[in-house]
Design a protein around this ligand. Structure first.
Ligand SMILES: NC(=O)c1ccc[n+]([C@@H]2O[C@H](COP(=O)([O-])OP(=O)(O)OC[C@H]3O[C@@H](n4cnc5c(N)ncnc54)[C@H](OP(=O)(O)O)[C@@H]3O)[C@@H](O)[C@H]2O)c1
Length: 319
């Protein structure tokens, strides 16, 4: 299948055994690292054979970067594009009972240290992002970090970006869009949470059309909360409408929720976070239809406040 313009694969769930989500069928089998790797490679292959050429990863996603590096070498396709990040270190050692999964550190030492490994993704690596930039770590004021990112951009000809998480995504976006190093805007790619429930970044749609790198949408399914689910009676009216659309377009509600993102931001890369080929193929059905303006407006009306959205997300488990 030829290129897949709208959908990329996020590799968080294929790089570490636990991830934040609303898992409805938990797997009781004992964890096996070789099987986990084998499944990850299968998902990469399946994504590729279904036309996906954009892959998002991070050192915080366990073995995901290494898996991609090995797979890219074998694949040898120059059309594959990768974005990775720096700032989180995976610390759970694939222990499904681990209490701590990742440690955040936005220092120049962490940047230099993680870059040494991540640069093995070159020449596929085209976007290098600060992982969950926040105001409290001071990373967006750290001159040493900003000029090192500028240097990486110049030497390797890649786009510098940042990802946002939490109820102040718009504040980080605003700040990120304004930062200049040597009279050039430093951040030309942004990865944000956008979905039917949290539409806060939509007000930046026009500004995001002018950046030279990709606008990447993560958590299009609200970590699984947009898959009809008895735990969230507050979304039953939304679930009814999603199921009606799913029925009408002969796809799953996951594809409808992803299509919403594609239709709202037509130039974005929307990430599928699937950890298996069945979910991945279901997500990709989002490519096969478009939502009408009326349907989009009705879906718009289900937005909730950012603070409420992120409070609910905090209560999700790693599973
Ligand atoms: N701060 C950051 O930079 C940041 C933060 C979060 C995410 N990300 C990036 O965004 C990517 C996507 O994020 P995400 O996975 O958290 O978001 P998501 O797409 O909102 O949620 C994925 C969840 O939906 C489930 N799902 C997908 N298709 C399904 C189907 N057909 N039926 C039932 N369940 C289905 C998945 O289950 P399965 O796992 O079982 O398929 C998973 O639990 C990540 O891989 C990562 O690359 C970046």
């Amino acid at each position: 299948m030829a290129g897949n313009k709208h959908i990329g694969l996020g590799t968080a769930a294929i790089g570490r055994p636990l991830y934040i989500n609303v898992r409805q069928n938990t797997d009781e089998k004992p964890f096996s690292l070789p099987k986990f790797k084998e499944n990850g490679l299968q998902v990469l292959e399946d994504a590729y054979s279904n036309g996906i050429r954009f892959f998002d990863t991070s050192p915080g996603y366990g073995l995901a970067e290494q898996l991609l590096i090995d797979w890219l070498k074998k694949k040898g396709d120059p059309d594959i594009i990768v974005s990775t990040k720096w700032g989180y270190t995976y610390v759970a050692n694939f222990d499904p009972n681990a209490i701590e999964h990742e440690v955040k550190e936005h220092s120049i030492e962490k940047l230099n240290n993680q870059w040494k490994f991540s640069k093995m993704l070159l020449p596929h690596l085209k976007v290098y992002q600060i992982h969950s930039a926040t105001l409290d770590t001071g990373v967006l004021e750290n001159k040493e970090v900003l000029s090192r990112l500028h240097e990486i951009k110049k030497v390797h000809n890649i786009t510098i970006g940042l990802t946002t998480t939490g109820n102040n995504q718009t504040e980080i976006l605003e700040k990120g869009l304004s930062i200049e190093v040597e009279n050039e805007k430093l951040f030309q790619s942004f990865q944000c949470t956008f979905n039917i429930l949290d539409q806060s970044v939509f007000k930046y749609a026009n500004k995001l059309q002018n950046i030279s790198g990709p606008f990447i949408i993560k958590e299009a399914l609200a970590n699984g909360r947009l898959i009809p689910n008895n735990r969230y009676s507050n979304y039953f009216l939304l679930y009814d409408f999603l199921m009606k659309l799913a029925d009408q377009y002969k796809v799953g509600t996951d594809a409808v929720a992803m299509r919403y993102c594609i239709d709202k931001f037509q130039n974005a890369k929307v990430l599928s976070g699937a950890d298996n080929c069945v979910h991945l193929r279901a997500n990709l059905l989002a490519n096969q239809f478009s939502l009408t303006q009326d349907e989009l407006e009705k879906l718009d009306s289900f937005r909730i406040e950012s603070t409420e959205y992120w409070l609910e997300r905090k209560s999700l488990q790693w599973n």
